[in-house]
Ligand binder design. Structure first.
Ligand code: FNR
Length: 193
């Protein structure tokens, strides 16, 4: 079957710019023939990690929900906000909770990272910070990343990018990413035979 790609924005805000970028990436990934699931970070709301809570109760429901979605996909796309030149606490906390599961859900998944920000750099520094925990956990983070600068004025009403050349670049990145995931997934299947 087609490769399964989970796409979600990393911000809890209803009107999140990263949520908008995630919705666009989901459409572009779908065009490549992949099976896409779009999620919202609010589906994965969870308390701040506490080892005592983990010992007493295990993972909270929001973390279990994210764990299930990660386990069910071959690849995921996160559109992540940049907070203070780094990854947001919300996302890092979610990664920390889910990383406690065995077998560890992030291992050997593919990830494409994107960001949107009203700033001129588009939140790109946050993506370099987001790579660190994901790569540590064995996720194959795609080398190319996509950052949308001035994102508050970057979208048309239909949810496309106002800059059509930029949207073409995003579509190309999404397509190349899916091709890599497809090739790797086929290779793993052959090895398991
Ligand atoms: C920000 N923002 C921000 N933007 C940026 O480009 N670089 C940064 O370092 C920061 N730092 C930062 C810290 C905190 C605590 C907040 C709340 C915000 C602005 C941020 O990019 C903006 O709020 C985006 O709209 C957040 O993404 P969503 O929620 O629209 O997806």
């Amino acid at each position: 079957g087609p490769v399964r790609v989970l796409v979600f924005g990393g911000s809890l805000r209803a009107d999140s710019l990263n949520g908008r970028l995630a919705a666009l990436v989901a459409r572009l990934v779908e065009r490549t023939g992949a099976a896409v699931e779009l999620a919202h970070m609010r589906d994965f709301t969870m308390p701040v990690y506490d080892g005592d809570v983990e010992t007493a109760e295990g993972l909270p429901p929001g973390a279990l929900a994210l764990r299930e979605r990660i386990e069910a996909c071959d690849a995921f796309v996160i559109s992540a906000p940049e907070y203070n030149a780094s990854v947001s606490g919300v996302l890092k906390n979610a990664i920390d909770w889910v990383s406690r599961v065995r077998p560890q859900p992030f291992k050997d998944k593919h990830a494409l990272l994107a960001s949107a920000s009203p700033s001129m750099v588009g939140g790109n520094r946050g993506l370099w910070a987001l790579r660190v925990p994901l790569e540590h956990l064995g996720t194959r983070v795609y080398p190319d990343m996509f950052s949308l600068a001035k994102a508050h004025e970057g979208f048309t009403e239909s949810g496309d990018l106002s800059d059509s050349a930029l949207q073409e670049r995003l579509a190309d990145t999404a397509a190349s990413f899916v091709r890599l995931v497809e090739a790797d997934t086929r290779y793993v299947c052959l090895q398991r035979r």
